[in-house]
Design a protein around this ligand. Structure first.
Ligand SMILES: *Cc1c(COP(=O)(O)O)cnc(C)c1O
Length: 402
């Protein structure tokens, strides 16, 4: 398809700044406000961009700008803007696109917080939302209305790891001039949604992008016009709701971004190994890197080369009780942590139905094909996954699950 030659890692690598004192990392700038040489420069900056000048840190600051340049390069977008959480990015991007009376078509398997925002919160602004299975293009087509302003999906869904066809969703969005917003949190570098056709790409950088689980953060990547509209001093959602990322965090995330490609490769390698080994011992693993996963071909068509199929896998242990016992056992034996979230250097596991997808009503969980005993892994960067698997296997044997 479109983006076989797009290399997000090399794109980031081409963004190199040398600080004024010749430090190889950009300086940390912790100023909330910035001074101007002339009154007129300040006036001009209030009315829009004045190259090289910063107004106030909620709007822009040098540290956030450095991170945003690298993120924009990674996504192939003109611009980016960073937020204090993934939800800050998602809610700002969404609210920027809609007003009273508008309609949103959204994936019913979106992240729990996003689902709650769309299902419960936006109602009070008179915004209507239809939830569909975005992997079913007929359903998306049928849900789109003349007043649809946004089609919202995740490239890889949680926890069943279904893949959205971004190019086709763009075509459907275009029929009514809606914006396609894609959450790419699970698959940075692996997918480049903007290159594939999305208008706006959002991230929770809390996960793989930062990869250290030492902060929450988010990003919005899009064309310059959209990013500028978000931070417009008169009516920009991000400027007025104020979810900006702290500049100390920006500089630490920026450094982690330069190792993201190596981390994604190792997360993917370990997840593929684990998925295969689970299958070998008769535990069905859900992983899009396996040919039997129903979106394997679609993933092959859209993915960038060289980063694998991602670090997430899910197995089904039928009941929540069995899942809990197994996770406790794995934690005890040092496989990783019984914790929500993902993209950490160590393995994290949780029972999706009772945790990260608990905002989804039971009917939707059923319709998605989600079992209550589903254990989701965010596979870590273990150097010897075979050794780790032996411990996982021993845990299953001790509990007499195999
Ligand atoms: C974690 C997550 C979010 C929310 O991000 P925060 O940084 O926790 O606000 C949004 N989307 C996906 C897919 C996530 O995994």
């Amino acid at each position: 398809m479109l983006n076989k030659k797009f290399d997000p890692a090399m794109a980031i690598n081409s963004v190199a700044e040398i600080s004024a004192e010749r430090g190889i990392n950009p300086n940390i700038n912790d100023s909330a406000t910035f001074c101007f040489p002339y009154g007129q420069t300040m006036t001009d900056t209030f009315h829009g961009e004045t190259e090289g000048y910063f107004l106030y840190s909620r709007h822009w600051n040098p540290s956030n700008l450095s991170l945003c340049k690298a993120l924009a390069a990674m996504e192939g977008t003109e611009a980016a803007w960073v937020t204090g959480s993934g939800m800050g990015a998602i809610t700002s991007a969404l609210l920027q696109c809609v007003q009273k009376g508008d309609h949103i078509v959204a994936s019913m398997t979106v992240y729990g917080g996003t689902f709650a925002f769309l299902n419960n919160y936006v109602k009070k602004f008179g915004i209507e939302v239809t939830f569909v299975d975005t992997t079913n293009l007929e359903q998306v087509k049928a849900a789109i209305k003349p007043n649809t302003k946004v089609v919202y999906t995740e490239t890889m869904s949680n926890p069943l790891l279904r893949i959205s066809n971004i190019g086709e969703l763009r075509k459907l969005s275009d029929t009514v001039g809606a914006r396609l917003i894609v959450d790419n949190t699970f698959t940075p570098m692996i997918f480049s949604p903007y290159v594939l056709g999305a208008h706006v790409v959002v991230y929770s950088m809390t996960k793989f992008v930062n990869g250290k689980n030492d902060c929450v953060a988010g990003a919005i990547c899009a064309d310059g016009e959209f990013i500028n509209s978000l931070i417009d001093v008169n009516d920009g959602t991000a400027m007025l709701l104020g979810p900006v990322l702290d500049s100390f965090r920006s500089t630490s995330i920026l450094k982690n971004l330069y190792t993201l490609h190596i981390r994604m490769q190792q997360h993917s390698r370990n997840a593929l190994y684990l998925a295969k080994r689970f299958n070998d011992i008769g535990i069905k693993a859900n992983y899009p890197g396996l040919p039997e996963h129903r979106d394997h071909q679609l993933m092959n068509q859209q993915m960038n080369a060289g980063f694998g199929y991602g670090g997430m896998i899910a197995i089904d242990l039928d009941t929540a009780e069995k899942a809990n016992k197994f996770m406790e056992k794995m934690q005890e034996k040092g496989v990783g942590y019984l914790a929500v979230s993902l993209g950490y250097f160590r393995t994290l596991f949780s029972c999706s139905g009772k945790s990260t997808s608990s905002e989804l009503p039971d009917e939707i969980q059923k319709e998605m094909g989600m079992s209550e005993g589903l254990v989701r892994y965010s596979v870590g960067l273990d150097n010897d996954m075979e050794a780790t698997f032996k411990v996982i296997e021993a845990s299953l044997r001790e509990l007499k699950y195999i």
